[in-house]
Design a protein around this ligand. Structure first.
Ligand code: ADP
Length: 627
């Protein structure tokens, strides 16, 4: 086919622009990205070769060769992997197939530093070559395709790329970077070896470079090395997780994490174990220090790579980790699964279930270890990033619920940051207190200022403040902790039980009696809005608040469901009034009774972060009174 010019997908062009305009603070990562692609290509060939040995026949060697040419200012990376057909080159090197690309682009803010971080997370892969090159040539032939159907892809990294058919005797791919003037340092064997050592030592594929020697009689003269035509392997060429722990440095663990996760920050912690017994496998699991930009997408695939006896099987093996641990990255290498295992088979395999249970427990113990540390910073950092996701586990992972409950942290009336564990709370409970009190709201500020807390504050009783969207839902699965029930302060009649003294109880009963006629009038006036109206002891400074029946759905959850376009059961809240409040006392006999009743109700709604059903009517009523 003659040369054809194609345009990059708009997102690629945009990404390339960012990449080449110095967003990248760490240009050398292109080595990691391109070697990692070469290694993936070898993995794919090995995998396809399981069912089709003919693919390999011409050359059974799987390897990567890195070469450079000082005069031509080029650096090339050649692999004997699966290769690309012409159509694959057009599709894979001109578009970004990753889901969430558009979302991701929308998140870029224009702030270089923040964007560089995001791009780091997203992973620019192949395009990272353009950090150091102003032109990239890719020549490739796919395994199993005739030699006259090779492809050449060339681009300057701006709007478009050219593709033509070429004759290529050898299988696999050569990526040639035409280096920019300021990237000359990569035309140096020593430099390249040190980068391979740093970024790609863990790759199980041999990486070869041509040996150099001093020119005759010119020892130690700079620039007088010559190539010898002999190639040597410059990496360890065995997969990192297969090596004994004691032979792996922290830096190697960290670099391996960065290579598999595309994150450019170091992980918070990791665990590397060989598990023996009924099912044998090796696990190397990492907890990132920063949440990815799409953590909230529950469809996001888990970050676990599955290998079987060191053969790469698949990325994102979601069957190996529960959804609530989707932030965990790493590798699981099984000794028992069949090599031809598919995603569908994974779902049903008993071995997989055992691996998943074992890995889940491993992650939980990593978190427990972090939480136990004297220095709480790492755990708090973890929790700030992933705590809300962890809470999903309460409903998802019944078997580990007790362990999970111990890992939860909340803000409370005694702590503005989510650092209070349920055990801490219990240890601080007052004499006679028989429940763990909490309140949920849309924001921490709304929770903290909610009128329902008034009596608790007055009595010095701590209340957990919950403002994560998942809190309401997850609490359905956490009715008690260590024998003590959890009780919402905004649900049901408040019963402080032994925390209330006799005189307080008596006063409350008397008030309820005395207010009966007023309550009846209020109930009539608000019958469209409130299920009931009653006198409460939970308020100190506020005139009124809303609560839901004991078995009702909280108003916050109902609101969330409606926002999400879902059906929330229509349940009306209960209006509770403070018999001691001046406004309430004035209510009876007021000529504005009807308006005041509605204002009382709407204000109670506002106080908990809701909006009056008819905001204009609310404003009209308040204004009428002000005038
Ligand atoms: P990613 O590797 O995350 O999918 P890249 O931008 O690095 O994204 O690569 C895009 C695609 O190009 C790869 O998914 C792969 O299909 C193809 N590709 C890149 N490098 C090679 C290679 N050396 N051999 C075969 N295919 C490759």
């Amino acid at each position: 086919m003659t040369k054809q010019t194609h345009s990059f997908q708009a997102e690629v062009a945009q990404l390339l622009h960012l990449v080449t305009h110095s967003l990248y603070s760490n240009p050398e990562i292109f080595v990691r990205e391109l070697v990692s692609n070469a290694s993936d290509a070898a993995d794919k060939l090995r995998f396809e070769g399981l069912n089709n040995a003919a693919l390999y026949e011409d050359n059974p060697n799987l390897e990567v060769r890195i070469a450079f040419d000082k005069d031509a200012r080029t650096l090339s990376i050649t692999d004997t992997g699966i290769g690309l057909t012409e159509q694959e080159a057009i599709d894979n090197l001109g578009t970004i197939a990753k889901s969430g690309t558009k979302d991701f682009m929308g998140k870029l803010s224009g702030d270089q530093k923040a964007d560089a971080q995001l791009i780091g997370q997203f992973g620019v892969g192949f395009y990272s070559g353009f950090i150091v090159a102003d032109k990239i040539t890719v020549e490739s032939r796919r395994a199993g395709v005739p030699a006259d159907q090779g492809v050449r892809w060339v681009s300057g990294g701006t709007g478009d790329f050219e593709v033509e058919t070429i004759h290529r005797p050898e299988r696999g791919t050569t990526i040639t970077l035409h280096l920019r003037d300021d990237a000359e340092e990569y035309l140096n064997a020593w430099k390249l070896k040190s980068l391979i050592n740093k970024y790609s030592d863990h790759i199980s594929l041999p990486i070869l470079m041509e040996k150099e020697a001093w020119k005759e009689g010119e020892n130690d003269q700079p620039g007088s090395m010559v190539k010898t035509g002999e190639w040597e392997t410059v990496n360890q060429a065995n997969a990192l997780w297969t090596r004994p722990k004691k032979d792996i440095s922290e830096e190697q663990y960290t670099e391996f994490y960065k290579a598999i996760s595309h994150d450019h920050e170091a992980p918070l912690t990791w665990a590397h174990n060989r598990v023996e017994g009924n099912t044998e496998y090796t696990q190397l699991l990492y907890i990132p220090s920063k949440a990815p930009f799409d953590l909230w997408n529950r469809d996001k695939k888990a970050g676990i790579k599955l290998y079987v006896k060191r053969v790469f099987i698949m990325d994102d093996a979601e069957a190996l980790m529960p959804t609530y641990l989707r932030f965990v990255k790493g590798v699981i290498d099984s000794a028992d699964l069949p090599l031809n295992v598919s995603r569908e088979l994974l779902q049903e395999s008993r071995d997989v279930r055992a691996i998943r249970d074992g890995s889940t427990k491993r992650v939980l113990s990593m978190l427990e270890d972090l939480a136990k540390q004297e220095d709480k910073t790492p755990y708090n950092q973890f929790y700030a990033e992933f705590g809300a996701v962890l809470k999903e586990g309460l409903g998802e992972d019944f078997a580990n619920k007790d362990r999970l409950a111990k890992l939860l942290r909340y803000a409370s009336t005694q702590s503005d940051t989510p650092s209070v564990s349920l055990a801490d709370y219990k240890a601080r409970m007052k004499e006679g207190q028989d429940a763990i009190y909490y309140i949920t709201a849309d924001t921490l500020a709304a929770a903290k200022n909610s009128p329902q807390l008034e009596v608790f504050k007055k009595k010095g009783i701590e209340v957990l403040l919950m403002s994560d969207r998942v809190d309401e839902w997850s609490l359905n699965y956490l009715q008690e902790f260590d024998g003590t029930p959890l009780q919402s302060v905004a649900k049901g009649a408040v019963d402080l039980g032994k925390l209330q003294d006799e005189t307080e109880k008596k006063a409350a009963e008397e008030a309820a009696e005395a207010f009966k006629p007023l309550l009846a009038k209020l109930k009539e006036a608000l019958k469209e809005k409130a299920e009931d109206v009653r006198v409460t002891t939970r308020l100190v400074d506020s005139p009124a608040c809303l609560v839901v029946q004991d078995d009702g759905m909280s108003t916050q959850l109902a609101r969330l469901l409606k926002q999400a376009g879902q059906q929330a059961p229509e349940s009306k809240p209960v209006l509770e009034i403070n018999a001691e409040h001046a406004l309430v006392k004035k209510l009876d006999g007021s000529v504005h009774f009807h308006d005041l009743a509605h204002i009382l109700f709407d204000q109670a709604l506002l106080a908990e972060g809701g909006l009056p059903e008819d905001p204009a009517a609310y404003v009209r009523r308040v204004n009428a009174l002000l005038v």
